[in-house]
Structures are given as C-alpha cells and as structure tokens.
Design a protein around this ligand. Structure first.
Ligand SMILES: Cc1ncc(COP(=O)(O)O)c(C=O)c1O
Length: 404
C-alpha cells in the first residue's frame, strides 16, 4: 500500500500516518488527542506556546482582524496598522534601544534574513570581505539553506549537497577556540551567531561569561553579535529576551515561536541602532522580504499574545516555573533517579544517562509530552502551567525512571 501523502518533518518517511499522535484540542498546558487522551504539554508544542492553548482572547483578536482584512502585503507602498504596532511593541521590549523590527513568518526565515542583514551591514560600511559567520557546535538555526549552513548539529547539515559558504564552527563552550578563530579570520568575520541557550541541541547553557567574551571579541574585531532568540525570546528565560537574562547586548536578534505562542506563524529580526544607522545611510531598497512579512492577522495575534505575556506577568512566571522544576529535580537527583539537570527560567533538560527516546515514548504513554535529545529530556512548558501540573510532570518522570 502506498504511504500516506503527508510527509512529516523530522520523522522517518517510512513511519505510517497512523503511528503519529493526532492532537485535536488544547487548553492551557493540556492537549488532547483524537482518542480523547489528555497530555500535559511539557514542551509547549515545539518550544513555543507561552500563553497556553485554547485562549479565547487570541481567537477574538484573530477573528477581529479577519473581519477587517485577513492579509495584505507590506512591500512599498503598503503598510498596515497591526504590523506597525507590533514592531513598536517588540522594539519596546527588545534589548536594543531604538532598534527596528523586520517581520517574517518562520524562525528559518528570520535566520536567513539576519545572516543577509549582517553581511549587508558590512557591505554598506565598505567592508566587502566580511562574509564569515562563526557558528557554535550544537546550535540549531532552522532548516532553510542559511539556517542549515549555520547549524552546529552536524547530521542536520548532511545530505543536501553544497551549503552556503563562509561558515566556521567553534566548539560550543570554548572561549579560547573562539578567540583563535577571531585572531585568524577577524577581518573577514561578519558575525558570531549563537542562541543564548542552545535549545534543540539539548538545552545547553552558555558557560559563565561566555556571551560577554563573545561580545568583547566581536567588538575587538569589528564583527556583529547575532543572538538567535527563537526559543529564548518572549519570556522563556525569565525576561523578554535571553540577552537580558544573560546581560549581553546583541547587534541583531531573531525571534519567532513565543512571539505568537504559535497561534499563527510569525517571526522576525530586531536590528540595533548601530546596524539601523548603517542601513539608513542609503536610500537603496532593502531587497529582501517575504510575501507574508507583516501579515496583519499574524501581527494581530502577536500583539494580543504579547499583551497577555505582559498583563499576566509570564516572564516572572517563567522564573517561578524554574524554581518549581529545580526543587523537583533536586529531589530526583538525591534519590539517584537522574544524573544532572540544566536550564534557566522555564526551559530545562534532565540527563538520564541513557538514550532518552524510549523515555519520551513512555512518558507520552503516561500523558506527558517532552522531547528526547540524546541522553536528556527537554522541558519547555507553557508559562501558564500550574504548580499541580509541574508536580505531576515531576512525579510521572520519577515514576517512569524508577520502573525502568
Ligand atoms: C533557535 C532556533 N532558531 C531557528 C529555528 C527555526 O525556526 P522554524 O522552525 O520556525 O523555521 C528554531 C526552531 O526550532 C530554533 O529553535
């Protein structure tokens, strides 16, 4: 029998459609499958659902915009109120004063755009040789050709033929190695690209002082610092952006995911004032952008989502979630159930010391959604998850690990 037409991302092409869990509903931190089973969504779908599922405020905001006009482009000569308002709101909370906001639809589009903007900035400054992007081992930056080339997860780069040139990889936690790359290639480096916390790579925290050192090296060698905030942005680490949590000043950031909590697709780039000054020094057209850049219905969703994050204090709530998790993890650790754990705010990983994929499946059977990455399981729940639900996640993991 021919395979089902639906070809899933990041799944085996031989896996039958009937094997997948068919999610049909959601409310808060709970999702429900087609058989009526409930799960605690301890991954916020795919690291994105800050405000929780099923929010009626979001439906109302989206429907209100649909009733005006669903979509319209923002290429010259057009704009729309929701896109412009959203740019103001993001610029207000971003870690770069007087920055400007470019809008797209996916994290991968944001990454492609940020790589182009970094190179363009140097071109416009007359520094034509600066094309190198330094990436970190373990980094995940989406799957367009730019993001695939920027990946520090080697298997994701393989099998596609030639990628974008001029990327250099550094081991993820080695400041000396980064300094060496800058010493050897400094005048040709356009930017250093990193996530504040490497998410898909396994919730890998930057070593103390690492991001500050990267900032210093970029300054010394005239390169730009790009922070990929696609997972860390919009409250996940306890502040609006990871840059604020780790107290580092980027030149460019990307965002996606939590900006709409996934209710509709939207992403973008924030450029710091120094980059904007360069771009604004010429009236030459910015020849990049997407049909759905500034899509008004997606922008309306993002506006309402950001209001909810702000009004419900969800950045602070992320810290509370972190404290609850840590208390649970410490108990698991002292009982010998887990090895180590790591994270910040509401993004965590616990290392179980063996392949975590089967654990992920057993947790799914027990009604908890996590992600298995190597020997760790990742947790990144909606920021509205209740204390009872956190306790239930901890209890279920403990139980499943104990009954191994
Ligand atoms: C840090 C980071 N950057 C970029 C992306 C790509 O985003 P998208 O899948 O929306 O293209 C992801 C997706 O997980 C991500 O985690």
């Amino acid at each position: 029998m021919a395979a089902h037409p639906f070809l899933h991302p990041f799944a085996s092409p031989t896996q039958p459609e009937s094997d997948f869990v068919d999610i049909v509903g959601g409310s808060g931190a709970i999702v429900t499958d087609a058989n009526g089973n409930d799960y605690i969504d301890a991954l916020g779908s795919l690291w994105y659902c800050q405000i929780g599922h099923g929010r009626v405020e979001m439906r109302d905001a989206i429907v209100a915009q649909l009733d005006r006009i669903a979509g319209y482009n923002v290429f010259d000569p057009f704009t729309n109120g929701p896109a412009a308002r959203l740019a103001e709101m993001i610029a207000d909370v971003a870690p770069m004063p007087d920055g400007r906001v470019f809008l797209a639809s996916s994290g991968s589009e944001a990454i492609d755009t940020v790589l182009k903007l970094a190179r363009l900035t140097h071109q416009r400054r007359g520094d034509h040789d600066r094309q190198i992007i330094v990436r970190r081992t373990g980094g995940y930056h989406g799957t367009n050709f730019g993001g695939t080339s920027a990946q520090g997860i080697a298997p994701n780069r393989e099998g596609w033929g030639d990628l974008v040139p001029h990327f250099i990889e550094v081991p993820s936690d080695d400041v000396e190695a980064l300094a060496t790359v800058f010493a050897e290639h400094g005048p040709r480096i356009a930017a250093f690209l990193t996530e504040p916390v490497q998410g898909a790579g396994g919730v890998l925290m930057p070593p103390d002082g690492y991001l500050a050192s990267a900032r210093r090296l970029c300054d010394q060698h005239g390169a730009l610092l790009i922070l990929d905030e696609v997972i860390c942005g919009f409250g996940r680490t306890g502040n609006w952006f990871g840059a604020q949590t780790f107290d580092v000043a980027p030149d460019l950031i990307t965002f996606a995911k939590g900006v709409t909590s996934g209710y509709l697709p939207l992403s973008g780039v924030v450029a710091a004032r120094s980059v904007c000054d360069t771009l604004e020094s010429s009236d030459e057209m910015l020849r990049t952008g997407y049909t759905y850049s500034g899509h008004p219905t997606c922008a309306a969703a993002a506006i309402r989502n950001i209001e909810l994050i702000r009004d419900e204090g969800l950045c602070a709530r992320a810290e509370h979630i972190g404290n609850e998790f840590v208390a649970g993890f410490e108990a698991m650790q002292s009982d010998g159930v887990i090895g180590s754990f790591r994270g910040v705010g509401a993004i965590w990983a616990i290392d179980v010391g063996h392949d975590a994929l089967s654990l992920r499946s057993r947790l799914l059977d027990r009604g908890v959604v996590v992600r298995g990455i190597g020997t760790a399981i990742a947790l990144c729940p909606p920021l509205v998850i209740t204390d009872e639900q956190i306790a239930s996640v901890i209890d279920t993991i403990t139980d499943v690990l104990a009954s191994r």
